[in-house]
Write a protein that binds this ligand. Structure first.
Ligand code: GLN
Length: 303
């Protein structure tokens, strides 16, 4: 497969969408990002790497970090984890709290904010040095020791965290947060603020494309757990646009409001794409289009 040629074709074909949507601005620091950027990177399981556009520019990964969070929590807790969070698509926005009231503080899945806030609480219990340990895991996954948090973005989000604070309070009320709300939210915002490029993300997600035992320092997953993580990405990775993403793209993946999307073709490749302009659901307009073109041009998706 000539992935480099495919990436070039995709780049040309997405140009009509270059001005559609706008970058997230509810996190003030993200509103300053130049919206007119696009990057994409594919890593094959054979070890080849293909890049296009701003593939080495770092951006805020935001909710893509929820995949790293889930990998760590599954490694520590195994199936026990599912007592505190579900694995059903939410059908609601990433920051919705309506379902929490009805379902007594058990978030629908780990990839909406409520679920990830519970997972942040779980990790705080297991890690001696949460901030350092989480970063070390992400650095190990992508093989890049220069990856870091952007504490300015985390602080900017914390200052305007009315909705996430409401979610955390509702979780605490239903006894699904053990730690202090402030501490849990602080850790959650830090994770979201990690900056990576498409190249870094695609490297990191390659670990989920191999169905062989996963071992990065103390974080270990069986190949069955990796397969199940992909199942959750497929059904829950794009909030209330998960069905549409499956329909258009047909790969498990995860998006973030920084405009990044990472996706996986199990046993074949990982791919990351980034463009800051988002649609109404908080997913990158050009990112989704580019991935749709990828599985169309290659005439191949998991379906
Ligand atoms: N930090 C963001 C938030 O909590 C992450 C949301 C996202 O990327 N969808 O709102």
């Amino acid at each position: 497969m000539d992935y480099q040629q495919i990436l070039e074709n995709i780049y040309l074909k997405i140009q009509p969408y270059a001005q559609v949507g706008k970058q997230a601005d509810y996190i003030p620091a993200l509103a300053n990002v130049d919206p007119d950027q696009f990057g994409m990177c594919i890593n094959t399981v054979q070890g080849e790497v293909f890049m296009q556009g701003n593939a080495t520019t770092r951006f805020s990964i935001q909710s893509i970090s929820k995949v790293f969070l889930l990998a760590m929590c599954l490694s520590f807790e195994g199936e026990e984890l599912w007592r505190r969070v579900g694995k059903e698509p939410s059908g609601t926005a990433f920051n919705s709290l309506v379902q929490l009231e009805v379902e007594k503080g058990i978030p629908r899945n780990p990839f909406i904010n409520a679920g990830a806030i519970v997972l942040a609480d779980v990790l705080l219990k297991h890690l001696k040095h949460p901030k350092e340990d989480f970063l070390r895991f992400v650095r190990n996954l992508c093989g890049n020791d220069s990856i870091s948090y952007n504490e300015e973005v985390a602080r900017s989000e914390r200052e305007k965290s009315y909705l996430n604070a409401a979610i955390a309070n509702l979780l605490k009320y239903h006894h699904n947060i053990e730690g202090e709300i402030e501490e849990v939210l602080h850790f959650y915002f830090l994770q979201c603020s990690i900056e990576m490029s498409c190249h870094d993300l695609s490297n990191a997600f390659l670990a989920f494309a191999h169905y062989s035992p996963f071992e990065y320092g103390e974080i270990k997953l069986t190949s069955s757990q990796v397969k199940r993580m992909n199942a959750i990405m497929q059904t829950c990775g794009f909030y209330d646009e998960a069905g549409e993403f499956s329909y258009l793209v047909g790969l498990p993946g995860k998006s973030g409001v920084g405009g990044g999307i990472a996706a996986i073709y199990p046993q074949r490749y990982s791919v990351a794409v980034w463009s800051p302009r988002l649609n109404q659901k908080g997913n990158s307009v050009m990112g989704i289009k580019a991935l749709e073109l990828l599985t169309t041009e290659t005439e191949d998706s998991i379906f």
